[in-house]
Unconditional design. Sequence first.
Length: 314
Amino acid sequence: MGVDWQLLLRTAIILGITFLTVYFVRRFFRGLNKRTQKQSLYNKFFQSILTAGITIIGVYSALGSFEIAKEISTTVLQSSALLIAVATFAAQQTLGNVISGFSLSSSKPCDIGQKIQIKNGGTVIAEGIVRDMTVRHVVVEQADGQTCIIPNSVVDSSVIVNMSNPDTVATFVEVEVDYATDIEKARKIIMEILKTEPLVVEAEKTSILVSALTANGMLLKFAVYTRDIMESYLACSNVRQRIVSEFDKAEILIPYNTVTIDAQDAIVQSTQMQMAMNEAQEQKAPPENPVEGFEKDHYLTKPEEKPEPEKETQ
């Protein structure tokens, strides 16, 4: 049996065209993302759809050139109704994810690079940065470095809280000061820090408010605006460090709980407590002689003997 080189060549050409098409599709979407200066959830999803569709069509066309593949295709078509029913039942979860992916990509409740929180009822499923979206799932990178891969159907049926703004990201920072603090002075220091921090943008629209009165002092709360969420973590860290340093120079007290221990008093209290415990143990100690306090005759006398009845004489 000879090798059909023409058939093999046609199969190789079909596979080659398939892989080249997939390559150009990916390159097209990569160039589109560069032109728009950001990755879009809509583009990522349709790139996955096109890649999967072109690959399936190309592989099916290549295998269709062989006789055994034609026979299998004929058998499949003859029992297509049953196979479609079985395939639909087996892949209903996958199909649900694909349909939910179309819904998410068209409505766009979030986008690549945005910080979101996915809530189902009262449970937070994931919170972090959207990194990718495929035909099946959404990839969310959390602050602790872990990556959550969530099916599209779960995301579509959950509440999505978008924490990002297209232009800026706001993160709230709180700092507590003593009741004797000059609030206006503290506000000026914080505002100067925000204006001179390189990662902070739009510092002039920040309002520094007294958000609560605590047991230790007043709680100042303000927003730190940055270009994206990754810069927000570093900017907030820098702002907090500089606040501690500048407040210390301005003699503004940040209250915190302290515990003062007098060593001499602690020794005296410990000695008194030990003496009290010893006295309590001595009062509860049993007597050395178990019969002390009782009459010895009570234990030593024999029981009283009763006289025997006299015998009658005849």
